[in-house]
Design a protein around this ligand. Sequence first.
Ligand code: AMP
Length: 393
Amino acid sequence: MKILSVNAGSSSLKFQMYEMPEEKVLISGVFERIGIGNSFYTIKINGEKIRKEKDLNNHKEAVEYLVQELLENKIIESLDEIKGIGHRVVQGADKFDKSVIIDDEVIEIITELNPLAPLHNPAAVVGINAFKELIPNAIAVAVFDTSFHQTMEKEAYMYALPYEWYEDYKVRKYGAHGTSHKYVANRAQEILGKENCKLIVCHIGNGASITAVKDGKCIDTSMGFTPNAGLVMGTRCGDTDVSIIPYMMKQAGLTYQQIDDVINKQSGLLGISGVSSDSRDIEAGIKEGNERCILAQNMFVRRIVEYIAKYYVLLNGVDAICFTAGIGENGINVRKEILDRLGVLGIEIDEEKNDVRGVERLITKETSKVPCYIIPTDEEVMIARDTYKLIEG
Ligand code: AMP
């Protein structure tokens, strides 16, 4: 059965087509700069990457090119072969604790949640509608970034703010990266050979979050009402004294829009280093002795260690710690610095095993009290799996 896994952003559209249930990737690609000029797309097929410059005025035009590529490359002979399309949706709030088949009511609820994800949810609906128009016979499924976190208890997801904010404005912790955390947790369960286990999953990329997982269920996560909570990220500040916001609005005369921009786009590694949001540039700066890059890296690592320590206590011990996403999978130094600081938990890194990028591997010594793993994430396959499962009933 052919299933498309789709991730629509405001100006981009990523896709991957699978033969299910074998989980074989048939073609993948990304359309970029949709509606903002200089648009192009890249596709990967049989190990070959092809780039094409095309005018893409909207998502529908991107889907038209996608259909054309699928037919020309003989991935499909007719559109009816595509049985399902799984769409990544960032915010499902407390309305969805699992993936669902999309109907008009689902679209309505996703749209109602727009204020909670003003950039992402509208883009997902644009993507859903574009595919619905061009491939109407495929069953569309919504896979939410938040649904894995819906198992958190109230004491974990509430903020110590007026209760009415929760009741009237839905202010609570929702988390994010749920599909990735779930994939890594499932994979760790397979590696450990048991379902009942305690895991700390560190998704560390440009956006970063850590989740405490017990028996396959999320019990806490570092992202919050928005993705700007918890860890220091590429450009987001993460946990910060919230009273700094009104203080700086008043002192520096910043508007709501400006302060929102600062905390989301000008903070984190970029804000501290003044150099870059990219971990590789920070490490290059460290090599040159740049003090602010050193400080940025230390703050970044320290916050991750603080969350691991917090979740270690919350879980009352842990069976494994897992690293994933851009930095988690590739950041050899970052992983080493994190694990060195966790020596008090009896964690012993194996530097030789850790000297690797992007492969699944144990990176601690046999004698380490807690085994730590790199587990490359795969959100696309999770979307395809949920879509397949819902179609099969
Ligand atoms: P993501 O958001 O998951 O794509 O991750 C982006 C982050 O991963 C950036 O900070 C990159 O610097 C980092 N990253 C990607 N590849 C590497 C690499 N080979 N070594 C170190 N960091 C990397």
